[in-house]
Design a protein around this ligand. Structure first.
Ligand code: 13P
Length: 299
């Protein structure tokens, strides 16, 4: 299967982008692996004709918006993001009317229609930088309340209105499971994603995107790390750091949507050019403004 994928990639001038949460078999064959920000930069700057996006819908959709001339393929069309679906256009329009003098900042985990109605997009790795450069003290942040609260605490002078969405996978990670493990392993260093709830964020030694977590573990010299984010990052963490120990609190946090893509889905995606992502031009134009503002301010 790996050889067949390689051949098809050459024929189609295609590359595979995989989010850090993909399963090991996908991470191992991907040309580029990273967090949402890194992958959106890669998608925009590549010269290849075809990109297979091993991730969830909003990621492939964002790649298409940033690179409309490329063929963007999402191997499993129903790989969705429940967090992205926690904001709908009607509710957002009501907010926009109510908070008409606010700047609307959306997490990249949103659908194109939502990005099209927002001033700027952010990811977990650039939200602080992007918001620090905005010429506004009034921010509506959507849809993740945990990332929103985390960012709000960085800007005590700004007025934040935060949407009530959450990532079900991160929400399942519990502070008491972490503390139970820390009782047993005293020198445990806790690395968490800001999508975790407040109790987890409060006991974390380091908070960052999946890429930030992977880099932190590689650059520091501790022995024992606890990883509070989706389980996919464990593959890269263990591969890159064979002498370090990585623990998870309780059962591994698994995003079923991220794990839907298998090797044969990648193969059939290339073979049948499916599923080709298309975004309504009018919506894409507006969403592109929001995404490109992120790329510009995050520099
Ligand atoms: P990253 O910014 O680390 O890629 O986070 C992505 C994400 O969707 C977390 O659920």
């Amino acid at each position: 299967m790996r050889d067949k994928i390689k051949n098809l990639k050459q024929q189609l001038d295609a590359v595979i982008l995989a989010h850090n949460y993909q399963s090991a078999e996908i991470l191992d064959i991907a040309d580029y692996v990273g967090d949402s920000f890194y992958l959106s930069q890669v998608a925009k700057n590549l010269n290849n004709k075809t990109i297979v996006f091993a991730g969830v819908y909003f990621m492939a959709e964002s790649a298409k918006i940033l690179s409309p001339e490329k063929d963007i393929l999402l191997p499993v069309i129903d790989a969705a993001c429940p967090l992205a679906d926690m904001v709908d256009v009607q509710a957002l329009l009501e907010y926009k009317q109510k908070y008409s003098d606010y700047t609307f900042v959306c997490y990249i985990n949103t659908n194109a229609e939502i990005k099209a109605l927002c001033d700027v997009t952010v990811t977990s790795s650039n939200a602080e930088k992007v918001i620090s450069k905005l010429n506004s003290d009034k921010i509506v942040f959507l849809p993740d309340k945990n990332l929103g609260e985390y960012i709000k605490n960085k800007f005590p002078e700004k007025d934040f209105i935060i949407w009530n969405g959450f990532c079900p996978t991160h929400e399942r990670i519990r502070a008491n499971s972490i503390l139970t493990l820390k009782e047993k392993i005293k020198d445990l260093v806790i690395l968490a994603h800001p999508e975790c709830n407040k109790e987890v964020r409060n006991i974390a030694d380091f908070l960052g995107s999946t890429k930030d977590i992977i880099e932190y573990a590689s650059k520091t010299n501790f022995k024992n790390y606890l990883i509070a984010t989706e389980d996919g990052v464990m593959h890269t963490l263990k591969n890159n750091n064979p002498d370090k120990n990585f623990f998870v609190p309780g059962l591994p946090a698994i995003c079923m949507n991220m794990k839907k893509t298998r090797l044969d889905d990648i193969y059939f995606s290339l073979l049948h050019k499916k599923h080709l992502i298309n975004v309504d031009e009018n919506i894409a134009d507006k969403a592109r403004t929001s995404l490109e503002k992120m790329l510009e301010l995050a520099r």
